[in-house]
Design a protein around this ligand. Structure first.
Ligand SMILES: Cc1cc2nc3c(=O)[nH]c(=O)nc-3n(C[C@H](O)[C@H](O)[C@H](O)COP(=O)(O)O)c2cc1C
Length: 431
């Protein structure tokens, strides 16, 4: 069994676990038969809860607790949905788990299915991940042929199968209720909550939705025990987390670290190989593009949920975008807002109209055509968008702008005066 999701080490060692034999040789598919023979579903849920595993898709909600919210007495079928939409800019960890270790994900989904009494699991994968979808299709077929999916798994009474469903490349379809709409064949737009998916999710049935990385962590938790997992990391942030480091670093890539043990500085300078010679860190969006940026003064922050919150940001999806002092916070902020304006599904007017206005004002600033009033108007917009929408997409667009204004006042003053010059094209980095 590979240590948690350390697929990257497997890949670097030239041993991706893409076939069932590879995965079994590495210790895979030992957790599932053990559970089916020895544990009832409630015990397994309790084991998940005791591990302290928190959702890795962004919000960090405890996985076992979420599983416990599904009603036990429902007459409707229950489902597990694996969120593999992974469209947050800077985030590319789920892609590698699916590509290099698909069976660990399948085993994790099956374990989650057993814990909640589900009849079927769905993997909702973003449309652009064609190769990974093919890898998953093959893995599901192989698992089915080997009796690891289907009826009476490991001679038990548990029947469970998995369907791989391809999205069409919309960021909003990563939001759990928009994902469910899309999976039901409708336009991907968020639903009003409550009811939460645990009560009325897919086809109005109780549904457990978790991220790829969350579900792929379940087999090692079951095999090595909740105590072992809870013993890694800090009390409130147990376990390991994959950080996807991109931007101005010498070795961009996925790095799995034990939460709370590694600082942002070590992630950037030790794991990701540091910056180009002579450069300093300007800004880091440590949890994906929807989280407030940090500055150079935050580099010694430990990477865990609490420490990052105390520093004014969020761990989010772990998509760590690094910008050195050759970049412009103002131009990057505009680029991110353009993304959110484009991806806003349009259902809520404050998001649809507000992201568009933010983009227009930021464009004026970047073009050197704005006055102080424009900055004030930008700030006034925040309160008209935040907290007034069905889903947190708009909050993801507003938060980073608000913090960028607070942390880098000189850059905004300079931009208001002179605009922001078009950047030099960047040469590819090499280590
Ligand atoms: C706009 C938006 C996009 C999201 N995209 C993703 C995504 O691509 N993958 C993901 O796992 N969660 C995404 N989420 C979070 C999901 O709504 C949900 O919280 C998550 O799938 C729950 O899984 P977890 O508890 O294992 O993190 C997104 C949320 C929002 C608001």
């Amino acid at each position: 069994m590979p240590l948690l999701n350390s697929v990257y080490r497997q890949r670097e060692a030239g041993k991706p676990l893409v076939t069932l034999d590879d995965y079994r040789a590495a210790g895979g598919y030992q957790a599932l038969p053990k559970v089916l023979a020895e544990m009832d579903p409630d015990d397994l849920q309790y084991e998940f809860m005791r591990s302290g595993l928190r959702g890795r898709g962004g919000a960090g909600f405890p996985m076992g607790k979420k599983a416990s919210f599904l009603p036990k007495d429902s007459q409707r079928p229950k489902y597990v949905v694996c969120n593999a939409d992974e469209s947050e800019p800077g985030t590319f960890k789920d892609r590698e788990i699916m590509e290099f270790n698909p069976f660990q994900l399948l085993e994790g989904i099956t374990l989650a299915g057993y814990a909640i009494g589900a009849v079927r699991g769905y993997i909702y994968i973003r449309g652009e991940y064609e190769h990974q979808a093919r890898v998953l299709d093959r893995a599901v077929a192989e698992a089915r042929a080997a009796g690891l999916l289907g009826t009476g798994l490991f001679k038990s009474t548990f029947d469970f199968d998995i369907t791989v469903y391809r999205g069409a490349g919309a960021y909003i379809c990563g939001e759990e209720t928009a994902l469910l709409e899309s999976l039901e064949g409708k336009r991907g737009q968020p639903r009003l909550k409550p009811p939460f998916p645990a009560v009325a999710g897919l086809y109005h049935s109780p549904t457990l939705i978790n991220n790829v990385e969350t579900l792929a962590a379940l087999p090692p938790i079951v095999e090595k025990g909740a105590d072992w997992y809870a013993g890694l990391g800090t009390e409130k942030s147990p376990g390991t987390k994959i950080f996807c480091v991109s931007g101005h670093v010498m070795r961009p890539g996925n790095y799995e670290i034990v939460l709370g043990e590694t600082t942002l500085r070590e992630l950037i300078f030790v794991h990701a190989g540091g910056l180009r010679p002579g450069r300093r860190v300007k800004a880091v969006w440590v949890g994906g593009s929807s989280v407030p940026p940090l500055g150079e003064q935050h580099l010694d922050t430990p990477l865990d949920y609490e420490a990052l919150a105390a520093a004014g940001t969020m761990l989010g999806s772990g998509g760590c975008i690094v910008m050195d002092d050759s970049g412009s916070v103002v131009r990057t902020t505009l680029r991110l807002v353009t993304f959110y304006r484009h991806e806003s599904c349009g259902k809520c007017s404050p998001c649809r109209e507000g992201t568009s206005w933010m983009e227009k004002l930021l464009q004026r600033i970047v073009d050197g055509q704005a006055g102080p009033d424009d900055l004030e108007m930008l700030k006034a917009l925040f309160g008209r968008i935040s907290g007034r929408t069905l889903c947190p997409l708009a909050e993801g667009a507003v938060g980073p702008v608000r913090t960028a204004l607070e942390l880098f006042p000189d850059d905004w003053a300079d931009a208001l005066e002179n605009g922001v010059p078009v950047p030099e094209p960047m040469l590819p980095v090499s280590s």
